[in-house]
Design a protein around this ligand. Structure first.
Ligand code: HEC
Length: 280
């Protein structure tokens, strides 16, 4: 009896010890989910990665030039089976989840475009992201881009506070409910709108349940946004949400001309309106 009690006490001690361990020595990790592999990298391991190098970029999140220590994303995606027509879903710690086309995320012609995983060094932390009330930085992991001026990279692909990367099928394969009908001619603005919606909006919004972003509301159901917003106000809101309504915990970033051209904005709204009609 006494022996049993002693054993229980000892076991409890072991459990308590085990439970308290992570709090002592926890280094943030990035999980990379391939087609049939899962790898986990600690912040420490990434800072010692053989391909770690210094990069200086015009950073749209910090709104200035920043220099980072970063590992090429292509190096981290090696062995994941990512193809040019797949997506690399970049999942942040806060319900932000953007699908980055594989041809960009794992690009091999780095003179054209290169994605890198910037890794924050706890010894020299990054500043807080400007304009965010939480005063936290973009770290510990943040996707930054080098690109030729001719290559278009959505502002949403600068994914910060990253927790995981996952290789997935392309969005239209995963969510056929987003598609436009075969009767819509190639090159029609509605098709451009769908493309821009996927790259600019789906990181935070689902549409009729399609998608995996969860920071903002579903823009398709129960009601489609074009059914309860005046179109001019909707466009104004997308450009600058605070120009339409304000509250302290407002989160959606605006999209100015440099992030979203007038014709792309019109195209997104056309696609939203098309989907509302398609359902009726
Ligand atoms: C980084 C996340 C994020 C991105 C990217 C984003 N939104 Fe939002 N959006 C939100 C959040 C969060 C809300 C809820 C209001 C708030 O907190 O600002 C919202 C609200 C909205 C609303 C108001 C919906 C309602 O019923 O009140 C519309 C319309 C909208 N977003 C459209 C868009 C469009 C179109 C895009 C792409 C061009 C986009 N958003 C990109 C986060 C985002």
């Amino acid at each position: 009896m006494a022996a049993a009690r002693l054993l229980t006490a000892a076991l409890l001690g072991v459990v308590a010890c085990f439970l308290s361990l992570p709090a002592v020595a926890q280094s943030p990790t990035l999980t990379v989910i391939g087609r049939d592999s899962i790898r986990t990298f600690t912040q420490k391991a990434l800072l010692a990665h053989p391909e770690l190098r210094s990069v200086t970029v015009a950073d749209p999140v910090y709104r200035r030039t920043m220099t980072y220590r970063a590992v090429p994303l292509a190096a981290l995606l090696k062995g994941t089976g990512v193809g040019a027509n797949d997506d690399v879903q970049a999942r942040a710690m806060d319900d932000f989840s953007v699908g980055i086309p594989g041809r960009l995320a794992a690009a091999t012609d780095t003179a054209q475009v290169e994605a890198l995983l910037a890794v924050e060094d706890p010894a020299s932390p990054w500043p807080p992201i400007p304009g965010k009330p939480d005063k936290a930085s973009a770290g510990p992991f943040y996707i930054v881009w080098r690109r030729a001026p001719s290559v278009n990279v959505s502002s949403e692909y600068w994914a910060y506070r990253l927790a995981a990367l996952a290789v997935t099928d392309s969005p239209l394969k995963r969510w056929p409910g987003l598609a436009v009908g075969a009767d819509v001619p190639p090159g029609d603005r509605i098709r451009t709108g769908l493309d821009r919606f996927i790259s600019m909006c789906m990181a935070c919004h689902r549409f009729n349940g399609n998608g995996e972003g969860g920071q903002g509301p579903d823009l398709g159901r129960p009601m489609n946004v074009t059914e309860y917003f005046q179109i001019a106000a909707l466009k104004k809101l997308i450009r600058d949400p605070a120009s339409v309504r304000q509250w302290p915990d407002q989160k959606m970033p605006g999209f100015d001309q440099s992030a979203l051209s007038d014709s792309d904005l019109d195209a997104i709204v056309d696609w939203l309106a098309y989907k509302a009609k398609q359902r009726r």
